[in-house]
Write a protein that binds this ligand. Structure first.
Ligand code: SF4
Length: 65
């Protein structure tokens, strides 16, 4: 799994950080998402999928290939 974030779409809601704190963080200054792991390990995939589902800005794309 490859994770792609779109910082231009992100509205800083922080839902992704709650769902998968090992993969997503937020910039201190404006809350925009920061990707910590582009290729998260298998045990985190379900958390990452959950983050992508609940992101209100649809700013998280997953390449499951
Ligand atoms: S859930 Fe979406 S909008 Fe909120 S911080 Fe994460 S990427 Fe940005």
């Amino acid at each position: 799994m490859k994770v792609v974030i779109d910082q231009d779409k992100c509205v800083g809601a922080g839902q992704c950080v709650l769902a998968a704190p090992d993969v997503f963080d937020q910039r201190d200054e404006d809350g925009i998402v920061v990707l910590l792991q582009e290729y998260p390990p298998a045990e985190l995939h379900e958390d990452v999928r959950q983050a992508a589902r609940i992101c209100p800005a649809l700013a998280i794309e997953l390449d499951e290939a």
